[in-house]
Design a protein around this ligand. Structure first.
Ligand code: COA
Length: 260
């Protein structure tokens, strides 16, 4: 698999995808989005991968949004396809069935913020800047941002962000729940690896079931959400890992999960 705008490395059960256009602050041109779709399709199908880290090359930016040069040329028909492509990518990341950690070490603006929101968890450095500035270009988020933002953070704050285009510093993003953790810039890699290693030690099916319940249950009625949870819970009861986890607790030893 060869890419121009991203890199993908797999090592043991951890994969890392890096958006690699640092001279353009990792702006998301169409080629980058297509390559990300190809990479995440592969990662979703690869059972040997348990956790994915998504970051941006260069240390200054996760992704500074859609490529504004390309954006400027869109007509209405192309705009619909452009948004659909972004939705496809973000839905793929969100529903990968394994945790994707966004390592946000700088700008996560526009599409960059939208992709970060589609990730399972977000670790930011104190240099991170997040926002949806599309309003200043006469447009709006088109990769799912209006919907994910309003589900992830308080709706009033989401509304303010999309209407004003205000860029948040890392500490404010943490305060409203837009990121899970903020660490000093130099410690970002260590913090992300720590989180990845912790997730890799968990039983994969239970990770998947928990993600599905939180992601999809919250868009259902409470009653249907409970039903979804009960069904997923029942499925975990059929796994060897659940037998092992409970047995290990009772025997006062660490569990040895096998992913079955
Ligand atoms: N699309 C295309 N190119 C972009 C880009 C984007 N979204 N964001 C940055 N770049 C390019 C710049 O044009 C510049 O390229 P050049 O060196 O060939 O001129 C390069 O990346 C560096 O950006 P620059 O603006 O010089 O860096 P900065 O540190 O002064 O400012 C930002 C950083 C992020 C504040 C600024 O680049 C910016 O506002 N970018 C657009 C953010 C945005 O509106 N995103 C939503 C798009 S829908």
């Amino acid at each position: 698999m060869s890419f121009e705008c991203i890199t993908m490395v797999k090592k043991e059960r951890l994969a890392r995808v890096t958006i690699n256009r640092p001279d353009k602050l990792n702006a998301l041109n169409i080629k980058t989005v297509e390559e990300l779709i190809e990479a995440f399709t592969d990662l979703g199908n690869d059972d040997s991968v348990g956790v994915v880290i998504l970051d941006g090359a260069g240390g200054k930016s996760f992704a500074a949004g859609a490529d504004i040069g390309e954006l400027a040329r869109l007509d209405m028909i192309e705009g619909k396809a452009f948004a659909a492509r972004g939705h496809r990518l973000c839905n793929l990341i969100e529903n990968l069935g394994k945790p994707v950690i966004a390592a946000v070490g700088g700008f996560a603006l526009g599409g960059g913020c939208e992709i970060a929101m589609a990730c399972t968890l977000r670790v930011a450095s104190d240099k991170a800047r997040l926002g949806q500035p599309e309003i200043n270009l006469g447009t709006m988020p088109g990769y799912g941002g209006t919907q994910r933002l309003a589900r992830l953070i308080p709706r009033g704050v989401a509304m303010e962000m999309v209407l004003t285009g205000r860029i948040l510093k890392a500490d404010e993003a943490l305060q409203i729940g837009l990121v899970n953790r903020v660490v000093p810039h130099e410690q970002l890699e260590e913090a992300v690896m720590e989180m990845a290693v912790a997730l890799l030690s968990k039983p994969p099916f239970a990770l998947k079931a928990n993600m599905e319940a939180v992601l999809h249950g919250t868009d259902l009625s409470l009653e249907d959400g409970f039903r979804l949870e009960a069904n997923l819970f029942a499925m975990t009861c059929g796994t060897e890992d659940m037998k092992e986890g409970t047995k290990a607790f009772l025997e006062k030893r660490d569990a040895n999960f096998k992913g079955r």
